[in-house]
Write a protein that binds this ligand. Structure first.
Ligand SMILES: Cc1cc2nc3c(=O)[nH]c(=O)nc-3n(C[C@H](O)[C@H](O)[C@H](O)COP(=O)(O)OP(=O)(O)OC[C@H]3O[C@@H](n4cnc5c(N)ncnc54)[C@H](O)[C@@H]3O)c2cc1C
Length: 468
């Protein structure tokens, strides 16, 4: 191995890349380099909430939560109807809890309270104090202490290949050789053209925008073409509901709103987790309307606290950035909100059948009186009457691109596979850049970050073993 400049070379310094670099060192790789295209460490991982799924952790046990990797695997696969790489997901679910504990051992602190990421039966999402940035900081510190080298502002544009094996990277004319290369370059959300080609369901909403890091341009999908890498997971990623008021994301809508489709009918529990909501909106043509009356809006504004289904530890209780009187009045002037004295007029304004909207609202008011959502099972504490005008309608679309999930196909050891399904020697990938792991249904908060750290570790260990 002495012929190489480095044993292991990692491209990208997000949670996946840092985990891979540290794990490679811990597994015995002596010379490890992280090449980062931007001038700052951390990618989308540092902007992230950093919530991580993991089963059977000491944190769960401390709260009396009995969980198992097998239960997580079952939930993951059932929710995704097995439309994911089962072998990789098994590895992920087996090791996700261990990865959370590994971070804990390194110094990441988690809130005692665990939360539900999606539709699971028990809480298995771990919330780091200081969010994703804190995780990045701890991993980076340990990498430095272990002697991992970093090269910032180095946007890799080529892989070096010798005798069919990947043996380094290049940035323009600069070449660096290595026994193994780990690709951890994140997603492609920042590249609108790639969103259009590979994640059209978010692009085609017409309001599509991305909330992750600027460096997520999908470079790896371009520079791995030379080695014939296989790409999988077309049209996958996470879409959040968006009002088109501004570019500020709001992961959940407050529970006091109801949603109706273009037929004027309710179709869901409005507090559904965002992974589920994404798919529900898809069934409705990726567009729906939030409906409410003036009193509900005023009450929500005066309360001063957004009424989400779940509050994440550490997140301060605050007003919804969109669903308050000031913003709604402002957006009314911009034509992004419809306000009418009667429901019939409101229905006409948004082009839904008036009889349906009126019947839907009658039914909601019945459910309010019953204090039970017999139709979609929303917690009764969120049920609010829609009783007296003026009435409002706001269109929502799943247009916020949180992250992307179409990427390189890997096996359970994080080795990248070629078009034929063969391992490309010397090439590994983990995190958002890997496809086939995040499925058609986002399992919930913590699915992506958990994947990045867990499979980043796996990639680092595999890369170190290959380099020896
Ligand atoms: C606001 C926000 C909140 C989120 N909250 C959560 C959450 O709570 N839980 C959860 O599970 N998921 C969450 N996600 C998603 C999750 O954080 C990301 O999917 C994950 O952090 C991606 O990590 P990564 O290491 O794969 O990529 P990144 O963290 O994006 O790192 C990739 C790095 O590679 C670099 N790079 C790219 N191309 C090159 C190149 N050619 N050469 C060199 N370097 C390159 C990039 O600049 C970047 O620094 C959130 C995402 C966002 C945007």
């Amino acid at each position: 191995m002495t012929d190489f400049d480095f044993d292991v070379l990692v491209i990208g310094s997000g949670a996946a890349g840092l985990s891979a670099a540290l794990a490679a060192r811990q597994a015995g790789a002596e010379r490890v380099l992280v090449a980062e295209g931007e001038g700052i460490i951390g990618g989308s991982s540092r902007l992230s909430g950093g919530l991580m799924m993991g089963a059977a952790t000491r944190y769960q046990k401390a709260q009396g939560i009995e969980d198992s990797p097998e239960a997580l695997f079952h939930d993951y696969m059932t929710l995704n109807q097995w439309k994911v790489e089962a072998g990789v997901v098994e590895r992920l679910t087996q090791r996700a809890g261990l990865a959370v504990e590994w971070l804990g051992d390194l110094g990441v602190e988690f809130y005692d309270q665990l939360v539900f990421g999606g539709d699971e039966t028990l809480p298995r999402v771990h919330c780091p104090i200081g969010r994703g940035q804190a995780v990045v900081d701890v991993l980076y510190r340990h990498c430095r202490e272990e002697g991992v080298e970093f090269a910032l502002g180095q946007r890799v544009d080529r892989l070096l290949v010798a005798d069919g094996a990947v043996c380094g990277i290049a940035v323009g004319a600069d070449e660096i050789t290595a026994g193994s290369v780990v690709i951890a370059t994140g997603g492609f959300g920042a590249d609108a053209q790639k969103r259009k080609e590979l994640f059209p369901s978010v692009f085609d909403t017409g309001w599509s925008y991305y909330i992750g890091a600027d460096g997520s341009r999908g470079d790896a999908l371009d520079f791995t073409r030379d080695v014939d890498a296989q790409v999988t997971g077309f049209n996958r990623g996470l879409r959040l509901l968006h009002t088109d008021f501004d570019k500020m994301y709001e992961a959940y809508i407050p529970g006091w709103l109801i949603l109706v489709n273009h037929e004027g009918r309710r179709f869901c529990n409005e507090t559904a987790p965002y992974g589920i909501m994404d798919g529900l909106l898809h069934e409705q043509g990726d567009s729906a309307f939030a409906i409410f009356d003036h009193k509900a809006l005023v009450d929500a504004t005066e309360l001063g606290v957004a009424r989400y289904k779940q509050s994440i530890p550490g997140s301060t209780k605050k007003q919804s950035p969109h669903w308050n009187l000031d913003i709604i009045e402002m957006m009314l002037k911009e034509g992004k909100v419809q306000k009418r004295d009667s429901l019939g007029e409101l229905a006409d304004a948004i082009g839904v059948p008036a009889a349906n909207l009126e019947a839907t609202v009658d039914r909601v008011n019945e459910l309010v009186a019953l204090q039970e959502d017999q139709d979609y099972l929303k917690d009764p504490k969120f049920l609010e009457p829609i009783a007296s005008g003026p009435f409002y309608a706001v269109e929502v679309r799943p247009a916020t691109c949180c992250f992307t999930a179409c990427g390189l196909r890997t096996n359970r050891d994080a080795e990248v596979l070629d078009e034929a399904g063969r391992v490309i020697p010397g090439l590994f990938a983990a995190g958002e850049v890997a496809g086939g792991i995040i499925g058609p249904r986002y399992v919930g908060s913590g699915n992506s970050y958990g994947n990045c750290v867990t499979m980043g570790r796996v990639a680092g260990q595999s890369a170190a073993a290959h380099a020896h």
